[in-house]
Design a protein around this ligand. Structure first.
Ligand code: SF4
Length: 64
């Protein structure tokens, strides 16, 4: 089964540049790591992200 984007989050959910931050209450934040070096991007993009010039699909494979 392939991993699709989370519709509530959009592209960030499958982007190689995202860092998912979870707080103690279980809230999840999607931090765009491109924002650290490129001011075209905001640290916490408003979700869902439908289009993004920095988007690169993550290449991580899921192992059994
Ligand atoms: S580059 Fe775009 S799609 Fe990727 S994490 Fe940043 S805002 Fe989201």
């Amino acid at each position: 089964m392939s991993r699709g984007a989370d519709p509530g989050v959009g592209l960030c959910s499958v982007c190689t540049h995202v860092r998912v931050v979870e707080n103690r209450r279980g809230s999840r934040y999607y931090l765009c790591e491109l924002s650290l070096t490129d001011n075209r991007f905001v640290k916490y993009p408003s979700l869902p992200v439908a289009e993004c010039p920095g988007f690169e699909h993550e290449t991580r494979t899921v192992e059994d």
